[in-house]
Design a protein around this ligand. Structure first.
Ligand code: ATP
Ligand code: MG
Length: 394
């Protein structure tokens, strides 16, 4: 089969070859940097004139994600192509796959683009999810189980950072919320008694071999990830379950690449999957400094058909997101965050995405923190937060 040849021929791909990525955001940027460190050249397809990944890539193909000529150019240039976000058209990946190795596949990405398909896929993989109903039209809300209230109505497509979702106490509120969301296809999920949230990044190679990173414990603020911590505080039983679940999803999807699965840990100790991302994930940024091989290097290794790297943490690690809010003082005046103060805290590393405009809520960078012990790590995280004037979270 032609596609099989494109997927497996010439493995491993030697450094010096080109790897491609769809999307010019920070995830693409960090992928470029990791692939370049291995000696690959990188091409980014992104429509914007300037983008975090476009400015570090060896080549920026400036075109829409569904531009057939641009896709063919990329497929001709690159030994393998990946994506940095799940909302690229799945058909673009399918087109690429006819001519070059594509990881992940368009089909795998299509599942993660649609919460209805995603929930069904998680369940089919044998992974528990919250009780839910697919709401394809308003009438589905009349028919759904009363046990789903109180719940959360989430748009099936294009939600992120808590956007496109509304908490609903009753059927009546759900009908209003559905109209407010534009009447689009949604998932109604029963509100879960959360104890805390974790996520697992797994990597699955072209040969089906897998590795998984230790779960990070995630705290959100205003719907946006604020802090991920990997300090051994997730009980081993919970961590093992989450890792097993995430690997099962990757196997069931016959997935190639880096996949993140978010989980809810319930007050009764149960572990249920929330959603997945077919790419490196914000909660996996800790792997850049807490592990020997980062999630971005793994992405490049999968594409090149190289062996996967070690995933265990070298020491307790945390990741703090740096949002655009930090560039504004209480009066709304512009300022530069105190980076020197941050870097004066031992064990810190600053990762900025070179975005030219700071806006509240915009992800501008992150800070990784390591410590020899969990208490040392948490003390350092608190010091960094104090330097930046951030309130305590988690
Ligand atoms: P992100 O892009 O940050 O992953 P998202 O917009 O895709 O967010 P979800 O991850 O589904 O949306 O939900 C955002 C947050 O809302 C979760 O991290 C969790 O804190 C809360 N939440 C979502 N679903 C439920 C639920 N069924 N019960 C309780 N809390 C929930
Ligand atoms: Mg989420």
């Amino acid at each position: 089969m032609a596609s099989e040849t494109a997927q497996s021929s010439g493995l491993p791909t030697a450094p010096g070859a080109w790897l491609g990525v769809l999307g010019g955001g920070q995830l693409g940027r960090m992928f470029c940097q990791a692939a370049q460190a291995l000696g690959y050249r990188v091409a980014v397809l992104d429509p914007a004139e300037s983008s975090p990944a476009g400015m570090v890539a060896d080549r920026h193909v400036r075109a829409a994600y569904d531009d057939p000529q641009a896709l063919d150019l990329l497929a001709g240039l690159c030994a393998a192509v990946t994506t940095e976000f799940e909302n690229v058209p799945a058909d673009s990946l399918r087109r690429l796959a006819a001519h070059c190795r594509t990881a992940p596949s368009g089909d795998a990405v299509a599942v993660a683009q649609d919460r209805i398909a995603e929930k069904a896929y998680l369940q089919a993989s044998g992974v528990p999810v919250a009780a839910h109903a697919a709401i394809r039209q308003a009438a589905d809300l009349d028919a759904c189980d009363a046990a789903l209230f109180p719940g959360i109505l989430k748009t099936a497509r294009l939600g992120y950072d808590g956007k496109g979702q509304v908490r609903v106490a009753s059927r009546k509120q759900a009908v209003q919320a559905h109209a407010q969301l534009g009447g689009v296809a949604c998932v109604l999920e029963a509100l879960q008694p959360l104890d805390y949230e974790i996520s697992v990044v797994v990597v699955r190679g072209l040969d089906g071999r897998t590795v998984s990173y230790p779960p990070s414990r995630n705290a959100h603020q205003d719907g946006i990830l604020a802090l991920s911590v990997v300090d051994g505080s997730v009980p081993a039983g919970v961590a093992d379950q989450a890792r097993r679940h995430a690997l099962r999803v990757a196997d069931h999807l016959d997935y190639h690449g880096v996949l993140c699965v978010e989980f809810f840990v319930l007050r009764d100790g149960g572990v249920i999957a929330n959603e997945m991302a077919p790419r490196p994930h914000n909660s996996g940024h800790y792997t850049q400094d807490g592990c020997l091989v980062s999630q971005f290097e793994q992405q490049a290794r999968v594409m090149a058909g190289l062996p996967l790297g070690l995933t265990e943490t070298l020491c307790p690690t945390a990741m703090l997101n740096v949002l655009g809010d930090l560039w504004f003082d209480a009066q709304g005046g512009q300022r530069e965050p105190n980076w020197a103060g941050v870097l004066a805290v031992p064990g810190t590393r600053l990762h900025l995405y070179a975005k030219t405009q700071a806006r509240p809520g915009r992800k501008m960078g992150h800070i990784n923190v390591v410590g020899a012990t969990a208490p040392e790590l948490l003390k350092r995280v608190a010091r960094v937060r104090a330097v930046l004037g951030l309130p305590h979270v988690g």
